[in-house]
Design a protein around this ligand. Structure first.
Ligand SMILES: Cc1ncc(COP(=O)(O)O)c(C=O)c1O
Length: 410
């Protein structure tokens, strides 16, 4: 049984996305992996698995071009390289996102400009992006945080009005829909991560998607050292990296893709159940989802009101830990712009490039500019989530939260 007795209290071990208990990895992956190994061809330049993955993912998404790459970070880097900003150009991004969505901007010589987040979803919105626009804005990257889609209609309207390309970071949002449209197909480029904890995984890996033929060509080249495979006079056409996915990862990803619908369905069903069970608890808000959208729950994120629940998200997390539930207050310890790479502009040698080219307003990270971001981080409590959760796990989580709140409220 999954239970231990501890001071007469039942502690349920939850499935974890960090090992087999919370993942769907099984015989299907092993069979294809065996096939890849027996073929002896482990590079995607010659093998068939990565190409199959790209084709099937594109069909599923309903987009023309998909390329696999080494990670979600590599996917974002590939997207930005295809946009090809001039040094010092600005790329608007979210103040609550993964560092892997930010460092590629700097590597391409551009300046990340942080937009505030919506207090209900913690996503960037057209309203929070607009004040960040300048004559130097070259692109907008939106993160569909925790699997909850951004309000893409309004964001696209704003971007179209200024002729600025939008990159969708869908690392956490496989299968999500924004007003009925799949994320990753709405902006000019979509980026996905196949890292260990994502909806589908190859340990590390990434995917980029686009409908645009010329961007597709640039992205393919960027992943392949910009070598013109198949061209009559190939060359390394521009500065680029080897960001290829191997056939070993491709084989696993092909099997994982078959399971994606089931994964999304189970995550959503169990999330709906938890939302139901937590309804009406004081000081706690369950995830806000626009009724036109489809949230696919990479994580299940609560908002905790520290006035109502003494100790707030941190206090609640501590009590949940005693029940074996390892939640994460804040999600990220600090906004990325509070990390050394931004605070000390630690980039290439002592150059501080590209920050040396930045408008002062673009790199003003004062607290007063980000009240919503700081308030959001104070109230966020991220619950671990995965497709192996059952009603029993959800009951346990809901009961543990109810008891913890009761205890904290005295
Ligand atoms: C929103 C977001 N963007 C980018 C990344 C980077 O992906 P990877 O870790 O695969 O490089 C992540 C990873 O967790 C992410 O959550």
């Amino acid at each position: 049984m999954n239970t231990l007795t501890h001071s007469e209290e039942k502690i349920l071990t939850l499935p974890s996305d960090q090992d087999a208990s919370g993942r769907t990895l099984g015989d299907e992956e092993l069979d294809l992996l065996g096939e890849a190994i027996r073929s002896g061809t482990l590079t995607s330049t010659k093998g068939a698995f990565v190409k199959t993955l790209e084709k099937r993912f594109a069909e599923r998404l309903g987009t023309k071009y998909v390329y696999a790459c080494a990670s979600g970070t590599a996917a974002v880097h590939t997207a930005i390289a295809a946009i090809d900003p001039e040094p010092g150009d600005e790329i608007i991004t979210s103040s609550i996102t993964d560092m892997g969505a930010l460092t590629p901007i700097i590597y391409q010589g551009a300046i990340p400009v942080f937009a505030e987040v919506d207090p209900k979803t913690w996503n960037v919105t057209a309203r929070t992006i607009e004040p960040c626009l300048s004559e130097r804005t070259r692109a907008i990257i939106v993160t569909h945080l925790f699997g909850n889609p951004c309000e893409m209609d309004q964001i696209m309207e704003l971007a179209h009005s200024r002729n600025i390309p939008v990159i969708e970071d869908c690392a956490q949002a496989f299968g999500a829909l924004s007003n009925g449209r799949p994320v990753g197909t709405i902006g000019r480029i979509g980026c996905f991560s196949l890292q260990q904890g994502k909806h589908m995984t190859t340990g590390e890996g990434g995917l980029v998607s686009t409908q645009d033929e010329s961007l597709a060509r640039l992205m393919f080249l960027f992943i392949n050292k910009a070598w013109g495979y198949g061209d009559p006079n190939p060359d390394h056409y521009f500065l680029a990296l080897n960001y290829r996915m191997s056939e070993l990862q491709g084989a696993v990803a092909v099997a994982q893709l078959e399971k994606l619908d089931g994964v999304v369905e189970q995550r959503r069903a169990m999330a709906a159940l938890l939302t139901e069970k937590l309804r009406g608890l004081p000081g706690l808000e369950t995830p806000y989802v626009n009724p036109r959208d489809r949230h696919t729950y990479w994580k299940y994120c609560l908002r905790i009101d520290g006035e109502e629940i003494p100790g707030g998200a941190v206090g609640l997390a501590k009590l949940l830990k005693e029940k074996g539930i390892s939640s994460a207050p804040r999600y990220i310890q600090k906004p990325a712009f509070r990390c050394a790479v931004f605070q000390e502009q630690k980039t290439f040698g002592k150059s501080r490039f590209p920050f040396t080219l930045a408008r002062p307003e673009a790199v003003d990270y004062s607290l007063s500019r980000f009240p919503l971001t700081f308030a959001a981080l104070e109230s966020i409590l991220v619950l671990p989530w995965n497709e192996r959760y059952t009603e029993e796990h959800v009951d346990y989580i809901a009961d543990s939260i109810r008891q913890a709140i009761h205890q904290l409220r005295g």
